[in-house]
Design a protein around this ligand. Structure first.
Ligand code: SAM
Ligand code: SF4
Ligand code: SF4
Length: 346
């Protein structure tokens, strides 16, 4: 790829991969645990009572995460997203946010299922979190409970969203994964609810992450179908991306009442612009959401390696990167033993 923006980034010292993609974003999974069992992510049959989650000593400490974040920032990372599992179940997460917020020039954000948000929003903001994304798959309790599979009610997620807005974490992004036959009938109601709220609702195509969610192409409701359904209810116009590599395609309501996003990771792959690295809960670096293996950084962290040695290790991995899974997805790749999203970080 010879995109001038990417070439300049590489010339400015940002490490580039084999396809010329700089390292710009880092997603950090702070826990592999979650208080939900979403059927498309951590199905109960697999993540049941006997499931072996990581022990606390296996997780990176907040100091280790912050050290890596500083190293990544020096390599050109501009944005960090905390994720999981459910990041708000990691105890004292606001202490990690404080450490990361001290790194100059970083956009710091977090994705949550919202269950603990009403309680935690003020502390997250006070610790230095810039923005937040809340996942919500339906406004219909019966549908939502079927999806989160722990009988969690919609109203409490909405309370979390309100608390985050009141704490100053707005504009808030709302993520809705759409799975055919499960919540596709909730799309228009969700769009109507958030239209004019100032929050940005983003629809995500259901993906074959991990190897346990039983994904089938037939279950994917495409971005085109989603935009078509909303446009029939309230006319939409496509807008320009905010920046090169933006994951969501943006659409605004013609009457000026706000915008929505669609993340067409299955029907319109965007690997050529993918500048994201992922740090798993136990400290391995992954260069793709659909990776089957990572690169362990924890032995370096705990074995006395210098920042320069860790920088070298990260640079070596990124320079070799040629991932473009979504562009080459086939019935065969779907069966690969990919790392679970709750572990690698969504
Ligand atoms: N627990 C937090 C949450 O749900 O927001 C953060 C982690 S979750 C893995 C991150 C995002 O990935 C959520 O918005 C979730 O809906 C999305 N996600 C999980 N499984 C998915 C799948 N199979 N396809 C598409 N998106 C998925
Ligand atoms: Fe938990 Fe988020 Fe996965 Fe749902 S999508 S099971 S809330 S990690
Ligand atoms: Fe990036 Fe991998 Fe997703 Fe492609 S499939 S956009 S390389 S994470």
């Amino acid at each position: 790829m010879n995109d001038p923006v990417f070439t300049v980034a590489a010339q400015q010292g940002n490490v580039a991969d084999r396809m010329g993609r700089p390292l710009r974003d880092l997603r950090i999974s702070v826990t592999d645990r979650c208080n939900f069992r979403c059927v498309y992510c951590m199905p109960k049959e697999v993540f049941g009572k006997d499931y072996q989650f990581l022990e606390h000593k296996e997780l990176l400490t907040f100091e280790e995460i912050a050290r890596l974040a500083r190293i990544f920032a020096a390599l050109g990372i501009e944005k960090i997203r905390l994720t999981g599992g459910e990041p708000l179940v990691r105890r004292h997460i606001e202490k990690l946010i404080e450490l990361l917020a001290a790194i100059p020039g970083l956009d710091l954000t977090l994705t949550t299922n919202g269950a603990l948000l009403a309680k935690k929003a003020p502390a997250l903001k006070a610790a230095g979190l810039n923005r937040i994304t809340v996942s919500l798959d339906s406004l219909d309790d019966a549908v939502f409970m079927k999806m989160n599979d722990v009988d969690f009610p919609v109203a409490r997620v909405l309370e979390g969203i309100d608390a985050a807005a009141a704490a100053g974490l707005a504009p808030i992004k709302i993520n809705m994964v759409v799975k055919r036959g499960l919540n596709d009938q909730s799309v228009v109601a969700m769009a109507r609810h958030f239209r004019g709220s100032g929050h940005i609702l983003r629809f995500i195509e259901y993906m074959d992450v991990g190897h346990t969610n039983g994904w089938r192409m037939d279950d994917v409701v495409t971005a085109k179908e989603i935009v078509g359904a909303i446009n029939a209810d309230a006319p939409l116009e496509q807008c320009d991306p905010n920046y090169r590599g933006e994951v969501a395609e943006r659409w605004r309501y013609s009457d000026g009442s706000g915008e929505i996003g669609v993340i067409a990771s299955v029907s319109q792959a965007f690997c050529r612009d993918c500048t994201r690295a992922r740090l798993s809960t136990e400290g391995s670096l992954y260069t793709c959401l659909f990776a089957t293996a990572g690169h362990a950084l924890k032995p370096l962290l705990r074995g006395g390696a210098s920042d320069a040695e860790i920088t070298d290790a990260i640079t070596t991995v990124w320079r070799k990167r040629d991932d473009r899974y979504s562009e080459i997805r086939t019935a065969q790749t779907v069966k690969l033993h990919k790392v679970e999203m709750s572990f690698i970080g969504g």
